[in-house]
Design a protein around this ligand. Structure first.
Ligand code: GLC
Ligand code: CA
Length: 526
């Protein structure tokens, strides 16, 4: 690979803006707060930030219900604050990615207000409207991801509109070219301001079966999965039209020099997700790869996913990896705090662009939310399934003390104020998770084997996963060895080399057995 793009060797850090840093004391993070804390990200050593939605929104789904795509919600600041943040980030060598939510607007968006004003409205066909079924009920059996039917009845016009998420998030009609053109305009608005790319929200749900056929039942469904999983997404997810939509979005990104980055959010099987690279790698540069996010934490399961995903990648496509985001349980809670470093080493040493979710560099865990403080509409609509996302969205703790340096007011969600999970304490402690993550990111930057090299799984068993990264120019080979257990494990045979990094706060002998929960990187001889 002669000329790597910045995002190939680079590392992305996801900011959930409500919970990053609150500068004006209203308990909710803001853009000025992000700008004030960029040094943390520079010290960490990431290349780009992706900021979850900051646009005007009634906040029914915390910003994923947008009422104006080309402005900033006053809660987060002003467009001047945004420009200042962008300049400050660029000044420190950090790229900035925004969240593009093309699948739905807020029901308060002027487009939808017009659309629902009557069957003859100019923008009626910008959303998905259908007549009721003969019995007056919803047009088909499609379900909302957040509970209940995916259809909301509009009495004045006698039709239903589609909402794949909340009724406050009416689905845009991507079969209408005017919608595609309007969203392209949104992309250009932010690209013209200097934004480096977008993460594209809920892409697998963007377009639906043209014949509106019922979804079939999911034979593997059990109640704990939640009602939305009781049907398969056959006619609502991963429809073939999506590839052309990814290509059209990429053409907009390619109008700019340097070309802007598009990361598509789509949950699915590897063969479904890799389609969005486009047949000639002319779709998203990075369709998110979530294969690790709900996986059994065993060497065999992880090895299988690595091999399966690498095999599914189209020739020349660049992979990416994710272990957490604002929708899924914290990795340190999923695998246990002792394994958090093993997980971070995995994320940052696999072949491909990693995205770190804010707080994972501190080993943040899911924070229990008392019933009277639940905010996530998913938990409110479908209680008791553990679907609520508040526990993973709690504010970052910057300092010790009640507001944790996050806010001088009352935080919108409870903060984990244990001193050991705050940035100040960890930054001053070379044995901390944050210090370890910094060392790992520095190593990734220094070693082309880690940033850009090939990968080969060597060993998965006995509680240990081992793989080798080989630098592109035939240069050094690094072996990554991960002990997934709390017991000492022998190093896989044949791994002879010198110690590069250990997750323990002591330097083990390169050939010594792996200590409990240890991740160790070796430079192989020869
Ligand atoms: C994506 C977002 C999630 C949001 C949903 C609807 O999955 O990550 O937070 O609720 O789309 O926009
Ligand atoms: Ca604020």
């Amino acid at each position: 690979m002669a000329q790597a793009e910045w995002w190939q060797g680079g590392v992305i850090y996801q900011i959930y803006p409500r919970s990053f840093m609150d500068l004006n004391g209203d308990g909710i993070g803001d853009l000025a707060g992000i700008a004030a804390r960029l040094d943390h990200l520079v010290a960490l050593g990431v290349d780009a930030i992706w900021i979850s939605p900051i646009f005007p929104s009634p906040m029914a789904d915390f910003g994923y219900d947008i009422s104006d795509y080309c402005a900033i919600d006053p809660m987060f600041g002003t467009i001047a604050d945004f420009d200042a943040l962008l300049a400050a980030a660029h000044g420190r060598g950090l790229r900035v990615l925004l969240d593009l939510v093309p699948g739905h607007t807020s029901d308060k968006h002027p487009w939808f207000r017009d659309s629902r004003s009557g069957r003859d409205a100019a923008r009626r066909d910008w959303y998905v409207w259908r007549d009721p079924a003969p019995d007056g009920g919803p047009p088909n059996n499609w379900l909302s991801e957040f509970g209940g039917p995916a259809w909301t009845f509009d009495a004045p016009s006698g039709q239903y509109y589609l909402n794949i998420f909340l009724p406050e998030q009416p689905a845009l009609n991507w079969r209408n070219p005017e919608v595609a053109e309007a969203i392209a305009g949104v992309m250009r608005f932010w690209f013209d301001r200097g934004v480096d790319g977008f993460r594209v929200d809920a892409f697998e749900n963007l377009v639906m079966d043209a014949a509106f056929r019922n979804n079939p039942p999911n034979p593997e469904w059990t109640p704990p999965l939640g009602p939305a999983r009781s049907l398969l997404g056959q006619h609502t997810k991963h429809q073939p039209e999506l590839v052309a939509i990814a290509q059209a979005m990429r053409r907009v990104a390619a109008e700019y020099a340097p070309e802007r980055l598009l990361i598509g959010e789509a949950y699915g099987e590897p063969e479904e997700v890799v389609r969005y690279y486009g047949p000639a790698l002319d779709g998203f540069q990075q369709p998110f790869n979530f294969q690790l996010i709900g996986l059994d934490w065993t060497p065999a399961a992880v090895a299988e996913v690595i091999n399966e995903y690498e095999a599914a990648l189209p020739p020349g496509a660049w992979p990416n990896w994710v272990l957490g985001n604002h929708d899924r349980g914290r990795i340190a809670s999923r695998v246990g705090p002792a394994q958090a470093r093993v997980a971070m080493v995995l994320l940052l040493t696999l072949r491909g662009t990693p995205t770190i979710y804010q707080g994972d560099e501190l080993g943040m865990e899911n924070v229990p939310i008392p019933p009277d403080r639940v905010r996530d509409p998913w938990e409110i609509n479908v209680p008791g399934h553990g679907l609520g996302r508040d526990p993973v969205r709690t504010p970052l703790a910057w300092e010790e003390g009640p507001g944790a340096g996050f806010t001088t007011g009352t935080p919108w969600l409870p903060i984990d104020t244990r001193p050991e999970v705050c940035v100040a304490r960890q930054a001053g402690d070379p044995a901390s998770m944050v210090a370890f993550t910094r060392r790992l990111l520095a190593l990734r930057r220094a070693e082309s084997a880690l940033a850009l090299g090939a990968v080969e799984v060597l060993h998965a068993g006995g509680g240990v996963l081992a793989y080798v990264r080989q630098a592109p120019d035939g240069g050094p080979r690094l072996a990554i060895t991960l002990n997934f257990t709390g017991r000492e494990q022998p190093l896989p045979e044949g791994l002879v080399g010198e110690l590069v990094l250990s997750s323990r706060n002591a330097n083990p002998d390169a050939g010594a057995p792996l200590a409990p929960d240890e991740a160790r990187i070796l430079r192989l001889r020869g």
